[in-house]
Design a protein around this ligand. Structure first.
Ligand SMILES: NC(=O)c1ccc[n+]([C@@H]2O[C@H](COP(=O)([O-])OP(=O)(O)OC[C@H]3O[C@@H](n4cnc5c(N)ncnc54)[C@H](OP(=O)(O)O)[C@@H]3O)[C@@H](O)[C@H]2O)c1
Length: 293
């Protein structure tokens, strides 16, 4: 008897959802369903190794969904409520749910999914969407998950793709280290200036201070972070392209909502729980939550 393909539903067809859905659909071992807000016909992803295409089943309403083996949710953090409606329809008793998002609150965002079935994923795949279904994947990239049964099962989905999956025995540290980079990116969203502003000593000082708050709160949350983290984040930014635009800067410049709560607000919220002062991250979250009238 032929093997039944694993049914994988990907919520969101943006840069990350479109990229992972297209790669997963290359394998006959997978049946991929895209759960979208904006309809599309097919996926074309320009990857570092050339263009790949896919024509997965596309659903536009959770009422059309039935339980699947895997759900991969890839909306921005501020669209969690919409993603949760899809998960309610897609998740049966054995469904695993992977959350491919920034931040350290992958589990908190989806309290209805039981802990042993939820896989938090740290995404390091630079990609952008030019039009519905049209995506540029700039680097092969990595997906980092905990080295547990659910994390290993998630990694196996990508075994036949070039995307590297990293299994870590300290997911909290990996997630907080990524958050340290992301929280410093607030300076770009606030000034609407690209990465090169990190060369300004005063701006670099603000970035270090943002990261120092993240470091203190992350340690209180159990992450094992080095004292050098603030300097490391600035040095990493200065070493990259001066015209680089991070996603929160791009969102702010385009007048879209931003992930400031997941990148800065979380540091202030968790800091308050531990009695750690986080005035810079609180300020960044408050200012970036404002929208033009
Ligand atoms: N892109 C990167 O390079 C990158 C790198 C590292 C981490 N990340 C993280 O990965 C996550 C996803 O980012 P992204 O860049 O892929 O964002 P994105 O390009 O904005 O894509 C988000 C997708 O979610 C869809 N969506 C929102 N609400 C929905 C709903 N109710 N039902 C179905 N789909 C819905 C959007 O629909 P529409 O098509 O209607 O807009 C869009 O297709 C974020 O947390 C981001 O920070 C991204």
């Amino acid at each position: 008897m032929p093997n039944i393909p694993l049914h994988i539903a990907v919520i969101g067809s943006g840069a990350i959802g479109g990229t992972v859905a297209a790669w997963l659909a290359q394998s006959p071992a997978h049946r991929v369903t895209l759960c979208v807000r904006t309809p599309l016909n097919d996926l074309q992803v320009d990857t570092p190794g050339g263009r790949i295409t896919a024509r997965p089943q596309v659903l536009t309403d959770p009422a059309q969904a039935t339980p699947v083996d895997w759900v991969l949710t890839t909306t921005k953090t501020y669209d969690t409520a919409g993603a949760a409606r899809w998960i309610d329809a897609l998740a049966g008793p054995a469904t695993r749910v992977a959350v491919l998002q920034n931040g350290v609150e992958h589990r908190d965002r989806f309290p209805a999914v039981s802990a042993d079935r939820l896989v938090p994923v740290i995404v390091d795949i630079p990609a952008e969407r030019d039009a519905p279904g049209r995506i540029r994947q700039r680097r092969t990239g990595t997906l980092t998950v905990a080295d547990d049964a659910a994390g290993r099962a998630f990694a196996a989905l990508f075994a036949a793709t070039p995307i590297t999956t990293v299994l870590t025995d300290d997911f909290a540290t990996a997630a907080w280290a990524k958050l340290a980079i992301n929280c410093a990116g607030a300076v770009n969203a606030l000034t609407l200036l690209p990465a090169g502003i990190a060369q300004d000593p005063a701006v670099a000082g603000v970035m270090r201070a943002l990261v120092a708050e993240c470091l203190a709160v992350g340690r209180a949350e159990g992450a094992n972070l080095p004292d050098t983290l603030p300097d490391d984040v600035v040095a990493g930014t200065v070493a990259g392209p001066a015209d680089g635009i991070n996603s929160i800067h791009a969102d702010r410049a385009a007048g879209r909502p931003t992930e400031a709560d997941a990148r800065n607000g979380v540091i202030a919220r968790l800091g308050a729980r531990h009695g750690i002062a986080t005035p810079l991250n609180a300020m960044a979250a408050a200012l970036l939550a404002t929208r033009a009238p």
